[in-house]
Design a protein. Structure first.
Length: 129
């Protein structure tokens, strides 16, 4: 399974890649920012994208909208990762958008454990097969 991690924080990307590397069946690529991630998705096929919610420039939500409207990308499931508490007002206002964006299949709130990460990834991959 090919997984793309898109986050503007290098250390987060490396940490997620290391955690996912515990499962030998995952091939993980990390991109810094939405623009680089979008270019990578257009070049290579991925089974799942882990995407930071808040990034400078193109946000995670905006990238999801772009993916949902692209014939080649709209079938790639996305797990959004947020440093904002899921209960926060900003996140809740955006949550209405998530429900209308077909590619968003899961949410993870930072900080999360390796077990939470692996569980969410397995869950999304199993429901999108």
């Amino acid at each position: 399974m090919k997984i793309l991690v898109i986050d503007n924080d290098t250390s987060i990307g490396i940490t997620i890649k290391a955690a996912l590397g515990l499962n030998a069946s995952y091939e993980v690529m990390v991109c810094l920012g939405a623009k680089e991630g979008l270019e990578e998705m257009k070049k290579n096929k991925y089974n799942l994208v882990l995407l930071d919610f808040m990034m400078p420039g193109i946000s995670g939500v905006d990238l999801c909208k772009t993916m949902a409207s692209d014939e080649k990308l709209k079938y790639i499931p996305v797990i959004l990762i947020s440093a904002l508490p899921i209960s926060s007002e900003v996140f809740q206002q955006s949550n209405d958008n998530f429900n209308r964006i077909s590619v968003v299949k899961g949410l993870l709130e930072k900080p999360f454990s390796v077990a939470e990460l692996l569980g969410k990834v397995e869950s999304v991959l199993n429901t999108t097969k």
